[in-house]
Design a protein around this ligand. Structure first.
Ligand code: GDP
Length: 208
């Protein structure tokens, strides 16, 4: 059965944050990494999340409920966008700090990484920020269709050396590893689902 995603809440300001006693997986990544496209691909919809023509514009936290399991995927605003002002960046930091503070329901941060690039400074900064907050990292490589397998594996190995976890390669364009990613997200958010979810092999699955 396919999971469904629905946007249930959008938060722009700190005072809109409230404690939600539901497992949450953060979705984070540099602007333009393909985060909105991945949300749309997971949802099987074209326009659930806006695919940005102007990167870095979305500054809100978007809460998506995963149906039928009931956990949330929380989409954080893209980081490291050069044209974003210092004030805006500071506001971004405060909102995310506040969201993380005392939130015991965060299962992991799914950090999106561009398959075409070796580890970048702002990705590493974001990862150490989550690690300092004791949030486990679930690395996801995006835009795999834009790379040759050989080059992708090289980047995957670089990340594995750093994180001690092998990133999953995905493509929103071809649908590569879509089902496998859903299973990973389900099990990360709700380990108790292990009995209900078929085990997947470690090999990459191509288009679906
Ligand atoms: P966001 O800023 O992280 O939300 O990134 P978007 O989802 O808006 O994507 C940024 C750009 O990359 C857009 O032009 C997308 O069409 C493109 N893109 C995103 N994912 C993929 C992918 O898997 N394959 C390819 N070829 N292009 C992608």
């Amino acid at each position: 059965m396919n999971n469904l995603l629905t946007l249930i809440k959008t938060v722009y300001e700190i005072n809109q944050l409230e404690e939600l006693a539901v497992p949450q997986i953060i979705l984070a990544g540099r602007s333009n990494v393909g985060k909105s496209s991945l949300i749309n691909s997971l949802a099987g919809q074209k326009k659930l999340a806006k695919v940005s023509a102007t990167p870095g514009k979305t500054r809100s936290l978007n809460y998506y409920e995963v149906i039928p399991h009931g956990y949330y995927i929380v989409d954080l605003p893209g980081y490291g966008y050069a044209r974003c002002s210092k004030t805006e960046r500071a506001k971004w930091g405060k909102l995310i700090d506040k969201y993380l503070q005392g939130n015991n329901y965060i299962a992991a941060a799914a950090v999106l990484l561009d398959s075409r690039l070796s580890p970048q400074k702002n990705d590493l900064e974001m990862i150490s920020y989550f690690t300092r907050c004791n949030v486990p990292i679930l690395p996801i490589m995006t835009k795999a269709d834009k790379t040759k397998q050989k080059d992708r594996v090289k980047v995957q190995n670089q990340w594995q050396d750093i994180l001690k976890v092998k990133p999953i390669c995905t493509s929103s364009k071809s649908g590569m590893n879509r089902t496998k990613l859903w299973k990973l997200l389900d099990l990360t958010a709700m380990p108790e689902l292990a009995d209900q979810i078929e085990p997947t092999g470690l090999e990459e699955s191509p288009e679906e």
